[in-house]
Design a binder for this molecule. Structure first.
Ligand SMILES: Cc1ncc(COP(=O)(O)O)c(C=O)c1O
Length: 975
């Protein structure tokens, strides 16, 4: 017998769902002979790549992990006392294992379908409550991308809300973190806002052109100031004031809200999230109640379900960009949900006493350190401080000597100059021990030629070193949730209870069009929690981050190969932030050509809401291009508008394949038209997973695009973030990629869009792993399989639901739109179908985007034929249920769709009065009977919640259980 040895353990076979036999059956159902034929009929010949991707050969999971351990091993783990918004912390192992490393949490999507997302919604409301109480403000959102972005959002919010209509200046204390100033400046410039950076103690707030101010608490050098008088003076001059603050310090310091601040922003990293060489971490944003309708980002609110029970859901702001588009207050879509869940859980686990104790110990060690350093004759300049000391040195030579000695001892401090002289900053943290303090002192003693041989210990008593007015009197983390899960057993069960309420990829496919819920393989996730990935401070010397440098270089090169572009920036933290960064590059390019008047962005009507919102942030004027009846860009309208605005045209923003799930044949003509009129083409890369290996942004004629690594390149969605939105550009736009003020990011000099030079560095290993294990051929096979899976679903479903758009040969791309509008006649809304799918154990496809009243289905390559068939079975059965209503066999209001989803409590009643059986309600298929996923609440009433906005934890007793009247949930798009 002849044996055929060949590699048995091929990752691409794990990533793609259908096996060879399934592919054959699926092709038959579609009506094509081969996958090649399907691809030829789907992807226009004119845009096909003429060569295969030049990427390293695919590795097995084992080989990848071994190789990556070597790469990560080049990163050096020093003790970091740099501060500046990033601190060593400890993620409690019980949270690490059961949330950060648990697909039940990390593979969930943004909680648009609230009934199957109550777990993470509760976790987020805990986070909001924590932020509100610690900052002393009335409302907080569920996270922003980082501290710098949160500060930039404050700038924007104040500018839109100021009563001083012509004021265009914003005061920023010079003691705000340098990277925050950089990000705020980038945001201010296109909006025509001038930053006035100065000393808050001497600032002239009577200047009529000032509309707001930003302060740092404690300041960047560690000094603690009482801002009460500054804020009062600012208010007397009609300025709005924001304070960027440190959550740990706020456990001991009077919170900004109590000083009168209008907003407080910051980074919750210190609450359990590894530094990760810069991110991801959850930026926070808290403000006064009066701003609740304009607060950027997502807010979780409490509402009621159809049975009148308490239920959480995202408040109206969520869909704002999709409804208000260029009038939206911000472009934030993906935020940092998983990271805010981690930080909120940190507070739940430790509770107010333990969190305060961390702060007390840190402060006590800082005092001990100050004492010892002063004893050595050093001058510590901060009169009041929490955890950060600043030493005033007599010379730069001394600074250099300290640096050399510290680095030899494996220690990083902050080295800077102030008022023309050298300084060393030392920021302690929750992990600091007495021996660490001694090690620090020893470095200085050695440099100064003095001896130090004491054994230090945590002081048994300490006083807060600041005046009484700054001593926090108010309580925080008072809700029971922060006070009862302090043992590991309790904590484990609490997290599991929440997890069990949420549907994730661990249960079933999540066929969200545009969102790409593909496999997030375990081997890809494993390095994320390695210390060599998590333990680096983003401002540590670059030679300590050689592993990261290799990751960035390789990944940038690979993404250039995939996109066909000349350069890539990994800095943006989400797709929308990538849009903003890419548009800024276009803007700066035009300016450099002497064409700063080019500011018109053409955007098709079908574009994602973040596109117009980002264009406005980049200082552009949005002109909408029409769509044709068959869903394509109206090329004539585009040509007319490109000609009309030829003198002022900046760019076109175009999604490809379109958000209608079609490879538009006209794309090359479209891009050429824009170029002929002096504009550039921005491609929204959300659908890049339908391009990889088959075509590319450069091939279609785009100049810049963002890639959602949290879609195409396997970073999980984390329940609504983190994300990574790198941008790729053609050569002449490369000089305008974002730079960084603290770290030299490849010599780039444009303003930063994120606080950290490489954004969410610690999750880049996921995409690195995916590309390494797939290789060029595997990535291309994934794209082909995504198209196969989508066309299979189309073939199976189109007899039941009209499919709205298709390409020239009747094929869809990687997703399709099912039209549900005709059911309205029978009173059935698309939302009823979405909710009924939950009874079958599925998450709904994208609802009402890009066309109201439709479902956009994207199966991805990672779903098997069996799972696709189960989804088809559910959709066909639901169609039959709709027909019962259409034909009058079921009541138009009292039917199984209108009452969906069904909870266990709804069916376990003594008197069942509904006109359908309990079995039909909750066990509509054998699969549902065998593997039932129970929605935690009945249909959530969003409009009720928006009318009665409650965004923090309430106890059941506080909550009015008498609903005024049930109204239909709002109909905004959900995806
Ligand atoms: C077409 C499209 N563009 C832009 C975005 C925004 O990306 P992000 O959520 O990463 O900001 C999305 C997100 O779903 C999208 O589908």
């Amino acid at each position: 017998m002849t044996l055929k040895p060949q590699p048995a353990d091929v990752f691409v076979d794990r990533h793609n769902g259908p096996d060879e036999a399934a592919v054959t059956e699926m092709l038959r159902a579609i009506g094509v002979e081969s996958l090649d034929q399907l691809i030829d009929e789907t992807v226009p010949a004119a845009i096909r790549l003429q060569k295969s991707l030049d990427l390293p050969a695919a590795l097995t999971e084992r080989a990848f992990l071994a190789k990556f351990a070597q790469i990560a091993g080049q990163n050096k783990l020093y003790k970091n006392y740099i501060g500046l918004g990033y601190y060593p912390t400890q993620l409690p192992p019980v949270i690490q294992r059961n949330i950060l490393e648990n697909p039940g949490w990390y593979t969930a999507y943004t909680p648009y379908q609230a009934e199957i997302a109550q777990g993470r919604l509760e976790a987020l409301i805990n986070y909001q409550t924590m932020v509100m109480e610690l900052t002393g403000l009335e409302i907080a959102n569920a996270s922003l991308l980082d501290e710098g972005t949160a500060a930039a959002e404050v700038l924007h919010m104040f500018h839109s809300q100021t009563k001083k209509k012509n004021a265009h200046k914003f005061f920023v204390s010079e003691q705000v973190l340098p990277q925050t100033i950089d990000v705020v400046r980038t945001r201010a410039t296109p909006l025509g806002i001038e930053l006035v950076v100065g000393d808050h103690r001497t600032a002239d707030l009577t200047d009529e052109s000032l509309f707001g101010a930003l302060l740092q608490y404690p300041a960047a050098d560690g000094a603690v100031y009482d801002y009460t008088d500054f804020i009062a003076t600012a208010h007397n001059n009609s300025l709005l004031v924001a304070v960027a603050a440190d959550l740990l310090a706020l456990t001991l310091l009077t919170p900004p809200g109590e000083m009168g601040a209008d907003a407080c922003v910051g980074n919750s990293q210190r609450f359990g999230v590894p530094m990760g060489y810069g991110g991801p971490h959850a930026g926070f944003f808290a403000t006064k109640d009066q701003f609740k309708r304009v607060i950027p980002g997502r807010i979780i609110g409490q509402s009621i379900d159809a049975a009148g029970n308490k239920a959480y859901r995202m408040a109206l702001q969520t869909r704002e960009q999709h409804i208000r588009r260029e009038k939206a207050t911000s472009n934030i879509c993906t935020a940092q949900v998983l990271l805010s869940v981690l930080s909120g859980m940190y507070a739940v686990y430790h509770g107010p006493q333990r969190v305060r104790q961390f702060a007390v110990n840190t402060h006590a060690f800082a005092q001990l350190l100050a004492q010892e350093l002063t004893a050595l004759g050093l001058e510590q300049q901060n009169e009041f401080y929490f955890d950060t000391l600043t030493l005033k040195l007599e010379s730069e030579e001394l600074q250099a000597a300290i640096r050399q000695e510290a680095e030899a001892a494996g220690i990083n401090f902050r080295y800077f100059s102030q008022e023309g002289t050298a300084r060393v900053g030392i920021a302690l943290n929750q992990n600091t021990e007495a021996d660490d303090v001694a090690d620090i002192v020893r470095v200085f003693a050695k440099v100064l030629g003095k001896s130090f041989d004491k054994t230090l210990a945590l002081p048994t008593e300490a006083e807060l070193n600041w005046p009484d007015a700054l001593v926090r009197q108010s309580a925080y983390l008072t809700h029971p949730v922060f006070n009862k899960h302090h043992s590991e057993t309790e904590m484990l069960r609490y997290m599991k209870q929440l997890e069990n309420k949420d549907l994730s990829l661990a249960h079933s496919m999540i066929p969200l069009g545009s969102c790409t819920m593909k496999l997030n393989a375990t081997a890809e996730m494993i390095p994320v929690t390695w210390p060599e990935i998590g333990g680096l401070h983003p401002f540590a010397p670059r030679e300590q981050a050689k592993g990261y440098t290799q990751i960035f270089n390789d990944l940038e090169r690979w993404l250039c190969e995939v996109t066909g572009f000349a350069a890539v920036s990994l800095q943006p933290n989400s797709g929308a932030q990538g849009e903003y960064a890419g548009l800024l590059a276009i803007r700066d390019y035009h300016e450099a050509q002497g064409n700063s008047h080019r500011n018109v962005a053409l955007i098709p009507a079908s574009a994602h809401g973040t596109n117009p919102a980002s264009a406005v942030m980049a200082g552009m004027q949005v002109v909408v291009v029409k769509s044709t009846e068959d869903g394509n860009i109206d090329v004539q309208d585009l040509k007319d508008k490109a000609a009309k605005y030829a003198d002022t045209l900046s760019c076109l923003m175009v999604t490809y394949p379109s958000t209608h799930g079609v490879y538009e044949e006209t794309i090359i003509d479209i891009c050429q038209t824009i170029h002929q009129h002096g504009g550039r083409v921005y491609m929204d890369g959300a659908n890049m997973n339908a391009q990889v290996g088959l075509t590319s942004p450069a091939t279609i004629g785009a100049d810049v695009c963002h890639l959602n690594l949290h879609k195409t390149f396997c970073i999980p969605h984390g329940g609504g973030g983190p994300g990574v939105g790198p941008i790729g550009v053609v050569a002449d736009l490369a000089p305008y990629l974002p730079g960084h003020v603290v770290v030299d990011a490849e010599g780039r000099t444009a303003g930063a869009v994120s606080s950290a030079p490489w954004g969410s560095a610690s999750i880049l290993p996921i995409s690195y792993a995916y590309i390494s294990m797939m290789g060029g051929e595997g990535l291309t096979q994934a794209t082909r399989t995504a198209i196969l899976n989508a066309n299979y679903l189309k073939a199976k479903l189109e007899a039941h639901y009209p499919v709205l758009y298709a390409g020239a040969n009747g094929r869809c791309a990687h997703e399709m739109i099912l039209d549900c509008r005709q059911f309205k006649k029978a009173g059935i809304e698309v939302e009823d179908i979405a909710k009924r799918l939950m009874d079958y154990g599925f998450h709904a496809p994208t609802v009402s985007f890009p066309v109201a009243g439709t479902l956009m289905v994207e199966p991805t390559e990672s779903e098997s034929k069996e799972e696709l068939d189960r989804f088809v079975e559910a959709m066909v059965k639901i169609r039959e249920e709709i027909r019962e209503v259409e034909q009058g066999h079921a009541d138009a209001k009292d039917n199984v769709l209108k009452h969906a989803p069904h909870t266990a409590a709804t069916v376990l009643v003594h008197d069942w009065t509904r006109p359908y059986s309990r079995e039909q309600a909750v066990y509509p298929t054998d699969y549902a009977r065998a593997y039932k996923f129970w929605p935690a609440v009945s249909r959530v009433d969003s409009a009720y919640g928006d009318r009665n906005l409650i965004c923090s934890c309430t106890s059941t007793e506080d909550y009015a259980d008498e609903p005024e009247q049930l109204v239909q949930a709002d109909k905004g798009p959900s995806y």
